[in-house]
Design a protein around this ligand. Structure first.
Ligand SMILES: [Zn+2]
Length: 340
């Protein structure tokens, strides 16, 4: 029988979700041991479990028919020109859960080069692509667009905000500018050109009172500016990077809500799980078998593992294990809601 949970129980379930999605699973090196301190800083700053906070803010602020912009894509010319397997799967899972759970219209943004993997991830989750002009009452699907990489970003951001009137902007696993305006990979090197200037949209959205959620796993991502100090302190290359700018990898543009995970995808799945909890609908969390197909689809569309190689892994973690994490998340929510 379905169970109605009190506030204390919801907080405990959200803690379990947060613990799973922030589990340290990295090889010793420049990203090792970073998740805990960043996640703790995010929690301390916001006074509650960030994944639950994000899920509730989205559920409160978004209503049926509203547009939500979800941006992702981390292309690095010559290394991973079409981006990586972390980013699109999380963005797609959020798009699916928000569309199915709240009846909103997800408008996904990437770069021309990363649209393939983003589209593949959404389609692997059975979310159909549609033109915004075809959006009708009750239609569930996603729209997809490339955001400018140059000075056209300002104008395009203003156009998108005026046209879509989004109630929320979610950014996951996108390069974020440091204090000198340079974007970096987690390992300390610059990303180089060819990335959407999403910070421009983030700043305009914040000024316009749009709910903004920043998601990342190393502190170098757009929207993680609330964690600049923590990133400088705890992340190798946070203070000083490996490139001539010497400004460190810590991103400076904050979002209203900041969420950190072991893998940015997992942070998205954690938000989805908390949304499933909030709406008492465990089906919003996809299945582990599906997760494996999503990662394979991204790979087939040109994305690679951010830790190296055209292999079905995300940040070095096998697709199967990503699927297992998703299955455990589903189980946490199902058991808590009395529907094991
Ligand atoms: Zn630098």
């Amino acid at each position: 029988m379905a169970r109605v949970l009190d506030e204390g129980a919801i907080a405990q379930v959200a803690d379990a979700v947060e613990q799973l999605c922030c589990l340290e699973m990295r090889a010793p090196g420049s990203t090792f041991g970073v998740v805990r301190p960043l996640a703790s800083a995010a929690r301390q700053l916001q006074g509650a479990a960030p994944m639950l906070l994000a899920a509730r803010a989205l559920a409160d602020r978004l209503h049926g028919g509203d547009a939500v912009i979800i941006a992702t894509g981390f292309p690095v010319p010559g290394v991973m020109p079409q981006g990586e397997t972390d980013g699109p799967p999380g963005a797609a899972a959020l798009a699916r859960a928000l569309a199915q759970g709240l009846g909103v219209r997800p408008y996904l943004l990437g770069e021309a080069a990363t649209l393939g993997p983003i589209r593949a991830a959404c389609e692997a989750l059975d979310l159909p692509e549609m033109c915004p002009g075809d959006w009708r009452e009750g239609a569930v699907g996603f729209a997809l667009d490339a955001f400018p990489e140059d000075e056209l970003a300002e104008e395009r951001a203003a156009e998108l905000l005026a046209w879509l009137r989004p109630r929320a902007l979610v950014i996951t696993e996108k390069p974020g500018e440091n204090r000198l305006g340079i974007t970096h990979r987690a390992g300390g090197l610059p990303t180089g050109p060819g990335r959407a200037r999403i910070e421009v949209l983030l700043r305009q959205a914040r000024r316009g009172g749009v709910l903004t959620v920043g998601i990342g796993d190393n502190g170098n991502e757009a929207g993680l500016g609330a964690l600049t100090e923590a990133t400088r302190r705890h992340k190798p290359f946070g203070e000083v990077c490996l490139c001539p700018c010497q400004g460190g990898i810590a991103a400076v543009d904050p979002a209203e809500i900041t969420v950190v995970g072991s893998v940015s995808n997992w942070a998205c799945y954690g938000i989805v799980a908390c949304l499933a909890l909030t709406l008492a609908n465990p089906e919003l969390v996809h299945e582990g078998r599906r997760e494996e197909r999503v990662i394979e689809a991204c790979l087939a569309a040109g994305a690679v593992d951010g830790f190296g190689g055209e292999v079905p892994r995300v940040d070095g973690i096998p697709a199967r294990v990503n699927g297992q994490v998703v299955d455990i998340l589903r189980a946490i929510i199902r058991v808590a809601l009395g529907r094991p």
